[in-house]
Write a protein that binds this ligand. Structure first.
Ligand code: ADP
Length: 704
């Protein structure tokens, strides 16, 4: 941006020519540095100055920098550039004066070999304006050499015009105006962040005049530090292209925090040095907006997440309900529905035309139902019976539907929830209940009829029972009478037969004797039958009372054995008696016990051809029961007959050609007698091996 004019002054022929030559050079210069170079060179040649230098304020910052020097070492040149806050430096003080000043003991001193009495500090700039720099001339004082005075008055305005870039990089007024017109701060700096050029916006942020307030100076210092650090770090990054980063700065006027985007690009200055062009873009509002946007976005996402989870929860709630549910928009359009509702209001997969038609019908039915609620002003709920159709099967699904309005916070209608309840089951139950009632009524009528019939039958049976009882009593009475009537003549027959057999009426021939014996035998059998029938009828007619007394078993068995002795003797069987020790005294009907044992022993002897018959008696204290058993080694009884033989007139062999005599009444009488004693008769028998009949009765018989 700055062009450098070659410094090639031709040797002056006279003072006027020398001045003209310098003036031409200054006019040709378009930058401060070559201008300063020309002035310093000219002074050392034409003003006989031991050394000369030109220092100027660098913008931004106002720091003094050395633009050109002659006759000074590098260190001396450096000492001409005081620190920014060094307000007591003689050159800084010199800048505050608007007239030349002579310092007799100059700092820095001149190099060895050179002589100079002092140092003139001459302000440079437009007349009436603060000086932009100083012309420093080491020469004899105290009067200012005229050549120095002339140079200062002519070169000052040039320098003042071009000192915006004190190191000679400053551009033209146009350039300055252009960059000042840019609203973003622009800077040209070296690689460590020292500014070479800054536009007005950048100066507002980074420059404070000595007269500025303390707050502004502090803000500027802070900004300079932050920016220098950012630039140094960008420079060390070595990125070839433009680099971007955000830097937080402070507004020196308002004190507000600002956020800038720092866009930096490396460039080469005309002298070949690397520099950096930085543009600061105020993104404070953008940052705030971005932050607000991010916050809104985060809130939106959170709300979205909440809504999604709420929707998910609602879906699960709806799906967990077995009845169909539909959520409709205020317009009546369906928003969502659960699975059971989908089965009614959406066609099944691969649905044919009939299924699709049924779905349409269901929608139409539902829409007209909803219209009732939407049309009913002020009503929040509507209940109705709907007849829907199962799209898949075509079966009618009678439904009860309840639609409820969902109102928003502002009282506006936000949706409608409709809950369906399938009434098929309820209707079926009602139908079954009705049928049940009918059947129950029918049954009741039948039961009444049957009960009446039963009562009639019962009455008949009761009468029959009475008649039977009477008949039985009459029969028993008849049998008892008849037996008695039979027995009297029969005893007479037997008595006379016996007398005849004993020869009371004279000697009998063997044939007469044989026939009379047969009469006697048959008569006895008949008597036996009559006696037994008489016993049974007596028992049944209740005419055989219990005669209770105390007796002992051994004596009773002894009597039985004695009575049976003739038959035992005839039988040639080994008959024995076995009595258990400590048999107790018995309180019971002795006659009846004896009759049972006699009968059992008589049967054992009758049905045993060889072997033994054993009569035994024992007592069970735990049950207080006595048992008298008769065991034989006789023919035994088939298991199929063992129960039958206890019935009246029942015999194992009842054929006319049977081998054993008897009436078939003995055991039935035994059972009846045992029952009267409070006991029973048991039987164990194996055909061909023998039988054991036992009478079990209590030690003490009680009257019933
Ligand atoms: P009866 O002996 O007069 O025929 P019972 O009532 O005493 O009448 O006996 C009925 C039948 O029981 C007998 O006819 C006989 O067939 C059978 N019976 C009774 N006792 C015995 C026994 N000890 N051994 C084999 N059979 C018997």
């Amino acid at each position: 941006m700055a062009s450098f004019a070659p410094l090639a002054p031709s040797p002056p022929t006279s003072t006027a020519e020398a001045r003209l030559s310098l003036t031409e050079l200054l006019l040709a210069c378009d930058a401060a540095r070559p201008c300063a170079e020309a002035v310093v060179e000219w002074l050392t040649v034409h003003a006989r100055a031991a050394a000369a230098a030109c220092v100027a304020r660098e913008e931004p910052g106002g720091r003094l920098v050395c633009l050109a020097a002659r006759g000074l070492s590098e260190a001396q040149c450096a000492s001409l550039e005081p620190q920014q806050d060094d307000t007591r430096h003689p050159l800084v003080e010199a800048l505050t004066r608007d007239a030349p000043h002579f310092l007799p003991s100059p700092r820095p001193p001149l190099p060895r070999g050179e002589t100079a009495e002092g140092l003139f500090t001459v302000p440079l700039g437009h007349a009436g304006s603060p000086p932009v720099g100083l012309l420093l001339v080491w020469a004899s004082g105290p009067a200012l050499p005229s050549e120095v005075s002339w140079v200062a008055s002519h070169a000052g305005p040039f320098l003042a015009r071009q000192a915006t870039g004190p190191r000679g990089t400053g551009g033209s007024d146009l350039f300055r105006r252009i960059i000042d017109a840019v609203v973003d701060p622009i800077l040209l700096t070296d690689l460590v962040g020292h500014p070479h050029l800054a536009n007005a916006r950048a100066e507002a942020l980074l420059v404070a005049n000595p007269g500025s307030s303390e707050g502004r100076r502090r803000a500027v210092r802070l900004n300079q530090r932050v920016l220098a650090a950012a630039l140094a770090s960008t420079a060390s990054g070595g990125v070839p292209g433009p680099s971007r980063r955000e830097v937080p700065l402070v507004d020196p006027v308002e004190g507000m925090d600002l956020l800038f985007e720092l866009v930096t690009q490396r460039v080469y200055e005309p002298d070949g040095r690397e520099a950096m062009v930085s543009v600061l873009r105020n993104v404070t509002d953008l940052g705030r907006a971005t932050q607000a946007l991010g916050e809104s976005y985060r809130r939106l996402r959170a709300t979205e997440r909440e809504a999604r989870s709420e929707r998910h929860r609602l879906d699960r709630v709806l799906d967990s309900v077995a009845d169909p549910i539909i959520l409709s928009a205020p317009s009546g359009g369906t928003v969502m529905m659960n699975d059971p509702a989908e089965k009614l209001f959406t066609p099944p997969p691969n649905a044919g035309r009939p299924a699709q038609r049924r779905v349409r019908t269901n929608h139409a039915t539902f829409a007209s139902f909803l219209a009732n609620l939407l049309g009913a002003e002020g009503s929040l709920r509507w209940r109705g019976q709907l007849s829907l159709v199962d799209p898949a099967s075509g079966a009618t699904r009678p439904m009860e539907a309840v639609a409820s309005k969902v109102m928003g916070d502002g009282g506006e209608l936000t949706g409608i929830v409709t809950l369906f309840h399938d009434r098929s089951e309820a209707l079926e139950k009602a139908r079954l209940l009705e049928r049940l009632r009918e059947v129950s009524t029918l049954l009741e009528a039948r039961v009444q009829v049957a009960t009446a019939e039963l009562a009639e039958q019962n009455e008949k049976l009761r009468r029959q029972a009475i008649q039977l009882e009477q008949a039985s009593a009459a029969k028993s009475q008849f049998l008892a009478n008849m037996s008695h009537e039979f027995r009297t003549p029969l005893n007479a027959i037997l008595g006379y037969t016996n007398m005849l057999l004993q020869g009371v009426s004279g000697e009998l021939s063997p044939a007469q004797k044989r026939n009379l014996t047969r009469i006697d035998s048959n008569g006895r059998h008949l008597l036996e039958v009559i006696n037994e029938i008489l016993d049974i009828t007596r028992i049944e007619a209740g005419r055989m009372p219990l005669n209770l007394s105390d007796f002992r078993i051994p004596e009773l068995l002894q009597e039985v054995m004695a009575e049976m002795d003739p038959i035992i003797a005839r039988s040639k069987l080994a008959v024995s008696t076995h009595l258990a020790p400590r048999l107790p005294q018995v309180h019971g009907d002795r006659q009846k016990v004896k009759q049972v044992v006699l009968n059992l022993l008589s049967n054992a002897l009758k049905f045993t051809h060889e072997g033994a018959v054993k009569v035994s008696a024992e007592y069970a204290p735990s049950t207080a029961m006595l048992s008298i058993s008769v065991s034989d080694t006789g023919i035994g009884i088939d298991p199929a007959q063992q129960e039958k033989i206890f019935e009246d007139f029942q015999q194992v062999d009842s054929s006319p050609t049977r081998a054993y005599g008897g009436t078939g009444l003995g055991l039935s009488i035994c059972r009846r007698l045992a029952t009267m004693l409070g006991g029973r008769v048991s039987l164990q028998s194996t055909p061909g091996q023998g039988s054991t009949f036992s009478l079990h009765f209590p030690r003490r018989t009680r009257r019933t």
